[in-house]
Design a protein around this ligand. Structure first.
Ligand code: CO8
Length: 265
């Protein structure tokens, strides 16, 4: 597959089971217009359709990246968001769709990651950044706060002091600091960034897909629930996974001293 929407390029690497969505408004630093937000959702739907009729799980991981040299995403489209925010409030946002997407979504961040762009990255399961990338919530300069939960999510990762500092001052912080604070998952050298992200995603896509989907659900559940409910949920997921062919394959591979091959069944 090599499909494209108006503002998002969609590609699927069948061999690895890896989909790539490229936010494609480089002249506006991939700012989130209404069209771009809709196209991210449509792109995820196109990728998920790869599983239809597949023998097991075809789509194992998704990379979300920004086109051009300068940015992952510079936030909401400042020219358009006042008028757009009055839109259909019942529609699921691209943030929700990414969070609920059944397979892991990896934000590949090379350059500016600001405002709604940082909130988009925070909705992803992993945030991998090149060293030159910068992060921030400039909304305060526009007299608003991050409208898609940015303060809440940074507070959970880095504590209230860092969340307030980012959102109240609107300054950019380096990738190194963002990683030290736990806001991003990994920082890679600029020169090796593409290869390092590729290796990370290839490893992720090679893991047992049903277990990965269950782990995503479990970790996300932990954000919203108490320990007791979370433990009961994990037990239920665990018992389901014990019945899978992937579990049988993992156990067989271990006893035969070979690499497992997981199909997602
Ligand atoms: N929206 C629209 N256009 C943008 C945006 C943006 N957020 N950011 C950059 N651009 C455009 C610029 O206008 C410029 O266009 P042109 O070439 O036509 O003049 C082009 O991208 C390149 O930008 P710069 O020339 O400014 O590039 P620099 O390298 O000099 O600066 C910066 C890069 C620092 C990123 C600078 O562009 C900047 O500060 N941009 C604004 C960043 C910002 O404030 N983002 C937050 C927006 S608010 C938000 O995200 C709230 C989310 C709430 C979600 C709620 C949903 C309902």
């Amino acid at each position: 597959m090599d499909d494209s929407l108006d503002t998002v390029l969609v590609a699927f690497d069948e061999e690895r089971g890896v989909g790539t969505l490229t936010m494609n408004r480089p002249d506006a630093l991939n700012a989130l217009s209404g069209q771009l937000r809709d196209d991210i959702v449509a792109g995820l739907e196109l990728l998920e359709a790869e599983n239809e009729g597949a023998d097991g799980v075809a789509l194992r991981a998704v990379i979300l990246e920004g086109a051009g040299e300068k940015a992952f995403c510079a936030g909401a489209d400042i020219g358009g968001f006042s008028s757009e925010s009055a839109g259909d409030s019942s529609a699921r946002s691209h943030y929700d769709v990414i969070r609920d997407f059944p397979v892991p979504v990896v934000a590949k961040i090379d350059g500016y990651c600001l405002g709604g762009g940082l909130e988009t990255a925070l909705a992803c399961d992993f945030r991998l950044a090149s060293e030159r990338s910068t992060f921030g919530f400039p909304e305060v300069n526009l007299g608003i706060l991050p409208g898609a939960g940015g303060v809440q999510y940074v507070e959970k990762l880095a504590g209230p002091g860092v969340a307030k500092e980012l959102a109240m001052f609107g300054d950019h912080i380096s990738a190194e600091r963002a990683a030290d604070e736990g806001i991003i998952t990994r920082v890679y050298d600029d020169d090796e960034f593409d290869d390092d992200v590729d290796a990370f995603v290839t490893d992720l896509a090679g893991q047992a897909p049903l277990a990965i989907q269950a782990i995503k659900k479990s970790a996300d559940m932990a954000v919203h629930t108490g320990l007791e409910e979370g433990l009961a949920y994990d037990r239920q997921l665990f018992e389901g996974l014990l019945q899978t062919e992937d579990h049988a394959e993992g156990a067989a591979a271990f006893s035969e001293d070979r690499e497992p091959e997981f199909d997602g069944k």
